[in-house]
Every structure is written in C-alpha cells, then in structure tokens.
Write a protein that binds this ligand. Sequence first.
Ligand SMILES: N[C@@H](CCC(=O)N[C@@H](CS)C(=O)NCC(=O)O)C(=O)O
Length: 202
Amino acid sequence: MQLIASLTSPYARKIRVLLLEKGLPFAMIADNPHEPDSAVSKVNPLGKVPALLADDGRCWFDSPVIAEYLETLSASPYFLPSDRLGAVEVKQIEALADGVLDAGVLVLLEGRRPAAQQSEAWCARHWGKVEAGLAALEARVAGREWFVGGNITLADIAVGCMWGWLDFRFPKAGVKQKYPALATWGDKILARPSFVQTHPPA
Ligand SMILES: N[C@@H](CCC(=O)N[C@@H](CS)C(=O)NCC(=O)O)C(=O)O
C-alpha cells in the first residue's frame, strides 16, 4: 500500500496512526497538496491528502473512507465496533473531530492571507465552531478512558490527531487550560508510539 500524505496533515496522521497500530506495511509518499503538480491531484480530483493506493490498484480518499477501508482488511486490532450502531457512534465522534479541524484549518489559512484581506468575523465564526466542538468533546470524555466503549477506537484516534494539531498550529490558544479533561486524555493518547512516530515536524 502507498499513502500519499503530508507530514503536517492531521487527516493524514489519522491514517498513518491506524496503519501503524494495525502493523500494516505501507510506503509513504510525502506530498504537498498545495503545489499545482502535486502527486495527490493525479489520484484525488479534490487534490487533498491523504489518499491511499491499495494493493489491488484502487485509490481511496478521504480519511474517513480510508479508515473504513482499512477495517475491511484482515488486520487486527479493529477500530470500529462490530455492532453497527456502535460504529455509527464512533463515526459521529470522528466527524466532530474532523469538523473541528476543518474549522481550524479555515482560521489558519485566513491568517495567511494579506492582512488587509483577512476577515475577523470569518475567523470568529469558525473559531466558534472549534470551541463548540471542543466543549462537546470535553463533556463526552470527562470521566471516561475512551470515547466509545471500553477500548480505543477510531473516535479516539481522530480526536487525538485533532488535539495534537491544535497544539501544533495554535499553541497559544489556551485550549489545554480551557478543556482539562481533554488535556489529560490527550497526554495519554499522544504518548502512544503510533502518535509519537507521526508527530508533525517543527
Ligand atoms: N476531509 C478530508 C480533508 C483533507 C484535507 O483537507 N487535507 C488538506 C491537508 S491538511 C489538504 O490536502 N489541503 C489541500 C487543499 O485543500 O487543496 C479528509 O478527511 O481527508
């Protein structure tokens, strides 16, 4: 398998963590999706990382789809519960974590536009989604070891990648102080070898 990914993408990190946790061998093709001639634009019409080139020649994107695809391979441990409702619950948390990222990415990119073109209202609107998502995740994880059930699932991996990315891109936002249950939980998941190995470069 080949994974087209950037080293800083939290969506790609989700897949790299899953591959490592499952012990599935893969070749990483480091790519910059923002370059016009990016490798990913040749296989994903949306031009976004990650994209997975499977051994049977198929190409999968985006990260929630790749995560589900990996569950179809005979590679334990599995990160979606076998009961379908439990799996939907996990996917709901994944969607929330990814949605926090989507909003955070919009704020990050807005901040890279020329100062005169930036909109404070736009940033406030999308940062509001980040805060609302974090508040919901804080309430969910308080007093729990894992987000769904008694074992690590895709929900935990998705939230862990989102939490690590916020610290990477918005270290001064104060989210660790504001969301202490998430912070304690985050310290634990980010210490797993699969997360340590995929830490974004400085
Ligand atoms: N929903 C997608 C989001 C992927 C995404 O936004 N990736 C970013 C990198 S973090 C990207 O490739 N951006 C390039 C672009 O938007 O052109 C997923 O979960 O895979």
